[in-house]
Design a binder for this molecule. Structure first.
Ligand SMILES: *Cc1c(COP(=O)(O)O)cnc(C)c1O
Length: 391
């Protein structure tokens, strides 16, 4: 059976070049970067060369890059580390209602410890309001954390403007850039970002490795205590194969950014247009233009997201849905609720995220299959029957 992977926002396959770069670091160059001997020194050299590559992609210096066990750890560290290290200024933090759970659940944990969080609402396109943001800043506000690109609906926030507001009010600014990295050019200086989270497995690198950019001078507590790795800020023997793979993936993404984005946009727009034109009672979610180059998120009325995913899977197509069963909760996705979708519509959501390995042929196959599936599922829906019958 044909298999089409369109869940690149969940994770991406590791590129062959990335894997080839990693393999010798498991079997030949397996030294611990903290060791004195040649194996260790070799590992140390590789570690620092990789750090430089990542730093260059963000227009910063190596000494601002700290490797972590992925995007979630970077998010946890940024929030817990900064809030705790700056408690003398205050205990207030500003974020949005549509953040990744790596941020939202960390905020909940901080609230239990006595910190106070303001959750900014978003408009129907998923954008925060900059005036509301500025008004939410108080004398005891320590930091703002707003994601660069939303993982569900693809909306891109005005990060540069947020950076300006944060700087003006002397508030620390963190952004979860896991979905943005490798899909937009990021310059931490131009954006005036103080901390930024990235992850390898969303850019054709390995899972379990990421990084946190920390601007020089930012006060932050450690999250992981132990050895003196990462300049005493993040303990644990360095994941050299992962780090090497991350750097290779970052380098490839950076060198091919324009072509990658152009290719994704072409597929994304063809996919969205094809679906929306062929299927009535469907709604495109997220910002129409300021969005992830590969993200398509559409709600189909009178349909359950899980049924849709299973039918697609039966045709070899992998997508995702922000609806109940898949997320392990009864409520539809917090993001779809935040952009104001009614429950019954949010339940019929589908996210298709295209990546470097997808083709136009696959896009057309997905459109064709989806038209068939939605039609079939709706034929079984008494509600749809009623609506159509009434017209
Ligand atoms: C995937 C993702 C994360 C988590 O990254 P991991 O490396 O899987 O821990 C955090 N934020 C966003 C926006 C993501 O898409």
């Amino acid at each position: 059976m044909k298999r089409v992977y369109m869940d690149n926002s969940a994770t991406t396959p590791v590129k062959q070049e990335v894997l080839d770069t990693m393999l010798p670091y498991f079997t030949e160059h397996y030294g611990n970067a903290s060791s004195i001997h040649s194996f260790g020194q070799e590992a140390k050299k590789t570690l620092e060369a990789s750090r430089k590559i990542i730093a260059d992609t963000l227009n910063t210096s190596s000494d601002t890059i700290y490797f972590t066990g992925g995007g979630s750890e970077a998010d946890n560290w940024a929030l817990k580390g900064v809030m705790k290290a700056n408690a003398q200024k205050g205990k207030h933090l500003i974020t949005s209602t549509i953040e990744h759970h790596g941020i939202l659940h960390t905020c909940k944990a901080l609230e239990k410890e006595g910190y106070e969080v303001t959750y900014l609402e978003v408009d129907s396109d998923g954008l925060i309001d900059l005036k509301e943001l500025e008004q939410a800043i108080r004398p005891d506000t320590v930091m703002i954390s707003i994601m660069y690109i939303n993982n569900e609906i693809g909306t891109m926030q005005p990060i540069k403007e947020i950076g300006q507001i944060a700087r003006k009010h002397k508030v620390i600014f963190h952004t979860d850039a896991v979905q943005a990295y490798g899909n937009v050019g990021i310059d931490v200086e131009a954006l005036q970002v103080d901390l930024l989270s990235i992850s390898a497995h969303k850019i054709y690198g390995p899972k379990g490795i990421g990084a946190l950019y920390i601007r020089k001078g930012i006060r932050i507590q450690n999250l992981i205590e132990g050895g003196a790795q990462e300049r005493r800020r993040r303990a644990g023997t360095e994941n050299i194969p992962g780090i090497v793979g991350f750097a290779k993936a970052a380098e490839l993404a950076h060198d091919n950014l324009e072509a990658h984005v152009a290719k994704l946009i072409e597929m994304r727009d063809r996919l969205a247009k094809g679906i929306l034109e062929a299927i009535d009672y469907s709604k495109y979610n997220g910002h129409p233009t300021q969005r992830h180059p590969g993200n398509v998120n559409i709600c189909f009325e009178f349909i359950e997201g899980e049924a849709l995913l299973l039918s697609l899977n039966a045709k070899g197509i992998s997508g995702s849905s922000g609806s109940a069963c898949t997320s392990g909760s009864l409520d539809p996705s917090h993001v779809l609720m935040a952009i104001g979708l009614p429950h019954e519509i949010a339940h019929g959501s589908l996210r298709l995220s295209v990546g470097d390995f997808n083709t136009i042929e696959e896009v057309d196959y997905v459109i064709e299959s989806l038209v068939e599936i939605v039609h079939k599922l709706r034929m079984m829906s008494p509600l749809y029957d009623k609506v159509k019958g009434g017209k």
